[in-house]
Design a protein around this ligand. Sequence first.
Ligand code: RUB
Length: 319
Amino acid sequence: MITETAEKIRSMEIRGAGRIARSAAAALRDYAAEIETPDLEGFVSGMERAAEMLLETRPTAVSLPNAIHTVMASLAGSQTVKDARERITRSANEFILGSEQAVDRIAAIGARHIREGDTVLTHCNSEAALGCILEAARSGKEFEVFATEVRPRNQGLLTIHVLNDAGVRTNYIVDSAVRSFMNDVDLVVVGADAVTVNGAVVNKIGTSQIALAAHEARTPFMVAAETYKFAPRTLLGELIAMEERDSGEVLPRELQADLPLVRVRNPAFDVTPAEYVDLIVTEKGAIPPQMAYIIIRDYLGWGLEEFNREFVSRRGEPE
Ligand code: RUB
């Protein structure tokens, strides 16, 4: 079960930061139910191995470690295998439900920023971003969407199917056409794989170029992100690892073989600095990117005490 979920995340059969997080929580819960061991120590080390395997699948979406750490933290203080199993189940179910509710809440808040007659541009296939667009459509507003293709994995195809099914008029464009249309766009809405303490947003490759074009055209740039996409460890100066996927996704390996001097690069994500982001819509409300630390402190529990504890555990006590 764990290996199956891990493989689905790695191969992107399960993709998108929120879905990845929920499927990891569900995999831990299901694994906890099936581990056969009479002693607590064996149970805990089995769960730790499973958590490790899931963590290794994809490096960028912070929702994945945040979900796994939330579920695994519930093991602390458990007395018996039965108790530990129940804690994992409860915590995983709470995480999954909380995540689904967060996406709904973000949709309700984000939809208010889409006005009648607007043209909205989105990139990739984000449940949170699309939630805002779909909610605006459900509330009866008439507007139009531009959706990018999203090379090389073409997640834009998923997006245009969803929009079409929801009755939203949509323009499908190649990624490089964004700037040509930006003057017609009233609002950009994207999701996030991670938000750092200084409000930078990590999302699908191409997002930062879109943000630049939006900035130039003075088009508002809105990010839809659940609080578990915020990255507490960036407080310690930790950088978000940027996944680079197989080059065969960009150019078939057989074609690459004829081009010995060409190195095909395939970064999957990029970083949009806070200065290009106008608003981050979370389930706790909409914030300017400069308020990212408040989310990390108030909702992810990383205040001064936690920061100091973690800092000292890495560097040792100060002299
Ligand atoms: C998906 C991507 C999405 C975010 C947010 O990348 O960049 O914009 O994960 O998605 P990939 P969501 O396709 O490589 O996983 O709002 O669904 O969590």
